[in-house]
Design a protein around this ligand. Sequence first.
Ligand SMILES: Cc1cc2nc3c(=O)[nH]c(=O)nc-3n(C[C@H](O)[C@H](O)[C@H](O)COP(=O)(O)OP(=O)(O)OC[C@H]3O[C@@H](n4cnc5c(N)ncnc54)[C@H](O)[C@@H]3O)c2cc1C
Length: 337
Amino acid sequence: MIVGAGFAGASTAFHLSTDQSLRILVLEKEKVAGVHASGRNAALGRQITSSHLTTEFTVRGLSWLAHSTDLLNVTGAYYPTGSSESASKMLQAADRFGVEARGVSEATVYEHWEELRGLPLSDVVFVPGDGVIDVHGLLQFYLQEAISKNVTVRYNTEVASIDETRLQLADRTVIEATTIVNAAGPWAGTLANKERRLIPRRRHLFVSSKGAAPTRPFVWNVGENEYYLRDEGTGLLLCPCDELEMPPCDVRPASDAKALLAEKFKSSKPLTEKKIKAHWAGLRTFTPNREFLIEWDRDVENLFWVAGLGGHGVTASYAVGQTAAARIMKRHRNQFA
Ligand SMILES: Cc1cc2nc3c(=O)[nH]c(=O)nc-3n(C[C@H](O)[C@H](O)[C@H](O)COP(=O)(O)OP(=O)(O)OC[C@H]3O[C@@H](n4cnc5c(N)ncnc54)[C@H](O)[C@@H]3O)c2cc1C
């Protein structure tokens, strides 16, 4: 039984579905998949993150997207890091994971991104293999492939509580399962074994009405004053990289969200003058140490966690589901051997 049809649940279902002897049910409280973080993200495929543990997943995830699907638009990405020490750390990480990366001048970035003149950039790392992911296509791919095998997805089905091998639904129906996978995103921490602290953090995204050339390398300033932006259709997608801690909820944009964006880009006239035609907010959910949680529960025997995917859950999704399925299957093989 898998609770949640976001990237965590969908990719786990997809990988488990290769074992035709399993009967897998995915329960999703919304009427479609991808209503929360999995449908409200920036779609950036970034390989080198600030943690080696996470990078192991993002590199594997992106490599699969690049080599086995047509769901990645390889644009490359510029990462202004703010210091030579941070740039060399990023380049070392790239080297360790076999990812092509090199330092480039600020002038190279400004050449593509005239709008950024005025915003300080320094110690830029360019990762040519990064890109923009077709998020909707990817989520549907996992679900459709899984459904074509042995997986059933039930929408409009909210799990109220998990107790050992019993799931109680909001309509009070009780379902028994041999294994329960908690992939409930920001709600995962309130659903089962509350000892596990998961921290949802709100982040805003904005789409402007007019941009320049399509598919330039995206820019993610990972130094002080973090932000990112990329081309989106004929406009831009902009993010002030805010992260306010919040309880799990169907999060709405803050009333002062646009002010937040204006403050972040205040030294770029072309960016502050852009008309915002849409904006929204989503919850990125973290464990206290910001590493992914893909493991069996320590206290509840049949409960497996796929949660805390933070801000890299789309890029890493293939590898996250693959690791989850391998760990679940290992226990099953040992139990039934
Ligand atoms: C603004 C923003 C920008 C981001 N940008 C990027 C990016 O550029 N690149 C990247 O790789 N990642 C990005 N992310 C991160 C990525 O979107 C998440 O890591 C990923 O979507 C998390 O997937 P999930 O399945 O864990 O959670 P969710 O997408 O939240 O899915 C959980 C699902 O569980 C369901 N559920 C919850 N409780 C219950 C219940 N009780 N019963 C039944 N169903 C339940 C929910 O309805 C939901 O569908 C971003 C996230 C945000 C918010």
